[in-house]
Write a protein that binds this ligand. Structure first.
Ligand SMILES: Cc1ncc(COP(=O)(O)O)c(C=O)c1O
Ligand SMILES: N[C@@H](CCOP(=O)(O)O)C(=O)O
Length: 462
């Protein structure tokens, strides 16, 4: 399998080079040259596979023989051995129409572990095998950072620097990142928003000379490995339901910020998974919901919400979706992204919007609705939702039709976001791994948001 850029100016490249490249060198995003197509026979054969077996099959399609199968199997097995649930991403029935897929059974209690345990091990494998230098630079609104650090802390040959918006992540997220005292980890708390952090790292990755000189690698969902790993659980959820006799198409409701998770669902659908609608749920930072409902992609005003990990205006994977929406025409994408840069918005015509709406429906969840949903599900079903998951569940309740089955992605454990939960006077017991964080010293540097200051920190650290 080769990987190409959404902007068409990078020669097709193999899987490992694509992972190491992260952001494409022309500023676009890497996508597979062809999306593998699965027959209904293959889907049937995969229906009884374990999570690990399924991951191995899906990764093999995208990696080919670049990694020997036995090595890939070991990478997969090691990556999911750290999960606390034997099904890795179990699906629970909540009521007749709604099932919740719990993606938070990994080491940092968020869905990011599913991909970042794998990517951490993959980087370690590549570093040893090819003698590559791995200097990771990432931006986080809280979960990616903690998960990426956990995936590589203490690993030989790897250093990681994570930018997070100072005092705009939850207390537990901050502790998960900043109580790590391994010498290969640097936490920079940026005075600004997540969008500022993401813009800085994208600009540093786009400075190809700097990127190559310091061997910068990505762990955010601009890295195609993240998307591929997140595709697996859509299949696994569908198979878990099929094994219970639900063979009809299902909806997936996805709390969305950077458009990585829902893009993984879109990719699964393009591979042949019988998905009805992808329900895109945002919080009050609703650029993507407005796009799906009105056809205009234009950042609004930043709002701090109860689901801080989705406080995102500019979605880094949106370009990948536009690429498929416009028939894989990299010329159009380069023009649209240039237009977004200069004019600050993209508007699509009515016929294109109809295509968007045949795949997605979208709902923007207000702060109070998010809390109401947490209270309602706790009281009615004795099930505690984290505020991000609550956005997905609220959107599913609003948008799914009678008789449909929807899987809502539960992207984080509620213990990570007690700031929201306690507003509804719900008392939760923290898992012991989270409780233990409160007694540890923190290590982070608070920095301003200029590229030069960050560069300076990186040069000293790497
Ligand atoms: C808990 C949680 N839910 C949902 C999201 C949104 O996912 P994505 O950015 O892939 O759209 C994030 C951040 O990525 C998150 O941390
Ligand atoms: N919500 C994310 C933001 C970064 O998203 P990514 O999927 O591109 O890594 C976070 O928790 O950091």
């Amino acid at each position: 399998m080769k990987y190409i850029s959404t902007r068409g100016q990078v020669s097709p490249t193999g899987f490992i080079d694509a992972i190491l490249m992260g952001l494409a060198d022309d500023g676009g995003l890497l996508v597979p040259e062809q999306i593998p197509q699965l027959s209904s026979d293959t889907l049937k054969q995969w229906q009884r596979l374990s999570y690990q077996e399924l991951a191995l099959e899906i990764f093999s399609l995208y990696i080919g023989d670049e990694i020997p199968r036995a090595d890939l199997k070991k990478l997969v097995d090691d990556s999911y051995a750290t999960f606390r649930h034997e099904d890795v991403t179990p699906v629970r029935r909540v009521n007749n129409g709604l099932h919740v897929m719990e993606l938070f059974h990994g080491p940092t209690f968020a869905f990011k572990d599913v991909a970042l345990q794998f990517l951490g091990n993959l980087y370690s494998y590549v570093s040893k095998k090819n003698n590559s230098i791995i200097h990771i630079l990432g931006a986080t609104s809280g979960d990616t950072g903690a998960s990426a650090i956990e995936g590589v802390r203490g690993k030989q040959g790897i250093r990681i620097c994570i930018l997070h918006p100072h005092q705009k992540v939850s207390k537990v997220q901050e502790l998960q990142m900043t109580t790590v005292n391994d010498s290969n980890v640097l936490n920079l708390a940026v005075e600004g928003t997540f969008d500022d952090c993401q813009r800085i790292i994208k600009e540093l990755f786009a400075d190809v000379e700097f990127k190559h000189q310091y061997h910068l690698r990505a762990i955010n969902s601009i890295n195609i490995a993240r998307i591929l790993a997140q595709t697996v659980y859509y299949f696994y959820a569908y198979f878990q339901l099929a094994n219970q006799g639900h063979t009809e198409k299902v909806n997936f409701s996805v709390p969305t910020g950077n458009f990585g998770d829902i893009f993984a669902g879109f990719l699964a659908q393009k591979m042949g998974l019988p998905i009805n609608k992808l329900i895109l749920a945002t919080n009050e930072n609703n650029i993507l919901a407005r796009f799906v409902n009105e056809g205009v992609y234009q950042p609004g005003e930043f709002k701090g919400t109860y689901s801080p990990s989705m406080d995102i205006q500019v979605a880094s994977n949106f370009e990948r979706y536009l690429f498929y929406l416009y028939g894989e025409d990299s010329g159009i994408i380069a023009t649209l992204m240039e237009q977004f840069k200069t004019e600050g918005s993209i508007t699509i015509p009515g016929d294109v919007l109809q295509r968007v709406q045949s795949t997605f429906s979208a709902y923007s969840v207000e702060n109070e609705t998010c809390l109401d949903t947490i209270s309602e599900y706790y009281e009615k079903y004795d099930y505690l939702l984290d505020p991000h998951t609550a956005c997905g569940v609220a959107a599913a309740d609003k948008l799914m039709a009678d008789g449909e089955i929807t899987v809502a992605l539960s992207t984080a454990h509620p213990a990570k976001f007690n700031e929201a939960i306690e507003l509804r006077k719900i008392e939760q017991t923290y898992p012991k791994q989270i409780q233990a964080l409160f007694n540890k010293p923190q290590f982070q540097r608070v920095v301003g948001g200029s590229n030069e200051e960050i560069k300076d920190q990186l040069v000293k650290f790497f």
